[in-house]
Design a protein around this ligand. Structure first.
Ligand code: SAM
Ligand code: ZN
Length: 354
């Protein structure tokens, strides 16, 4: 809803938005009442759900919108295909499927205007988190392995799939806002008319040694062999996930603009939980792609609890590395420091604390 508001506030001319799998229409209702408080006549709202039994509910829920919505009950595939044939492009498409939405990504991108927004949700948590490896091959065309930053990897798999589908069409993508609460994985991307220079470098592989916890990322295009991990005997084995998106997860400029919306200052405009989520995401660009759970670092160090995340962030930055508290999962550190450095920093913090 905030992204829709943002697009509406900054766009020139008429817009067309599509709530493709609307359910009871709550999202469209919020778009109509909250995102379009001013000049609602500028947005043509298309609201669809494949289940015809939902039509009366949708019509009734949306009956008070300032500008009537176009409500339909078509299969998403038909609506998107027809839009493409008719040359009808949307500035924003919300694709909120049950399970994995992969099959609809390319048709949705084909019906999206250049610079338009795709808001994509997936409730398939098992495949991209490595708990259904065959399922990940089928739905993502990628290897997915279990990892402590499981929600983040699920988002990266989702983005990797969107990127590949967009690139096949000659388009580029820019992630704006990606998050999860562990059940639904939400990515919001802007589809660019062209790829940015070097955009292909944002697809890669992420390897983690289950024995010692080392992690390495490689750009798919430059893939070479894997280095040795930190296992003393050299006997560790990399579990490799990907191809997945290894670029930023958030666009900090967009997040700052969302938080700067004067409407947010009104009491009750958004919940405190959403405010905290925005703050967390704004403090973490979602890059580099390597993330470490502080309790795992403490366990590997032996004896004693994890260091406070903020102290570890400061220590890593002072040592010359990039470091952020992960905005995606609590208690995790995003950094380009390797495992040896991180364990040393944790040990130093412990000894300073005693
Ligand atoms: C996760 S729910 C949507 C919830 C809704 N967006 C909300 O925020 O409350 C998924 C919806 O997709 C609809 N659906 C499933 N497959 C579809 C398809 N192929 N085409 C159109 N709608 C479909 C279902 O009827 C269901 O209402
Ligand atoms: Zn190892």
């Amino acid at each position: 809803m905030l992204l829709a508001r943002h697009q509406h506030r900054h766009a020139q001319g008429q817009l067309r938005w599509l709530d493709l799998m609307a359910g009871c229409g709550i999202r469209s209702l919020r778009w109509g009442l909250e995102a379009l408080q001013e000049r609602p006549e500028r947005v043509e709202l298309w609201v669809n759900d494949g289940d015809p039994d939902r039509l009366p509910c949708l019509n009734s829920n949306l009956s008070d919108l300032p500008r009537p919505a176009r409500v339909s009950c078509q299969a998403a595939e038909v609506l998107l295909g027809q839009a493409y044939l008719d040359g009808r492009f949307f500035d924003l498409i919300d694709l909120d499927a049950f399970g994995a939405p992969g099959a609809l990504i390319q048709p949705a991108l084909q019906a999206l205007r250049f610079e338009g927004l795709l808001l994509l949700a997936s409730t398939d948590g098992r495949s991209p988190t490595g708990h259904d490896r065959a399922g990940a091959i089928r739905s993502l065309g990628a290897a997915a392995r279990v990892h402590p930053a499981s929600w983040e990897l699920a988002l990266r798999h989702q983005l990797g799939l969107v990127a590949r589908q967009a690139w096949m069409l000659g388009r580029g993508i820019q992630p704006l806002l990606c998050f999860s609460e562990g059940r639904t994985f939400r990515v919001s991307v802007r589809m660019r008319r062209h790829l940015q220079p070097g955009e292909e470098h944002r697809l890669g592989l992420l390897a983690r040694c289950e024995a010692c916890g080392s992690q390495v990322v490689q750009i798919l295009k430059n893939l070479t062999g894997w280095p040795s991990c930190c296992c003393p005997s050299g006997a560790g084995r990399w579990s490799v996930s990907g191809p997945l998106w290894i670029g930023p997860l958030q666009d900090l400029q967009t997040l700052a603009a969302l938080r700067g919306d004067p409407w947010l200052q009104q009491p009750g405009a958004i919940s405190n939980r959403t405010k905290r989520l925005l703050e967390r995401l704004e403090a973490d660009p979602g890059s580099p792609a390597t993330v470490w759970a502080t309790d795992e670092l403490a366990r590997r160090l032996g004896g004693g609890g994890p260091p406070p995340l903020s102290q570890l962030v400061t220590a890593a930055r002072q040592a010359g590395f990039q470091a952020y508290p992960s905005g995606v999962m609590a208690g995790q550190l995003r950094t380009d420091a390797d495992l040896t450095v991180l364990l040393r920093l944790c040990a130093d913090l412990r000894s300073e604390g005693t």
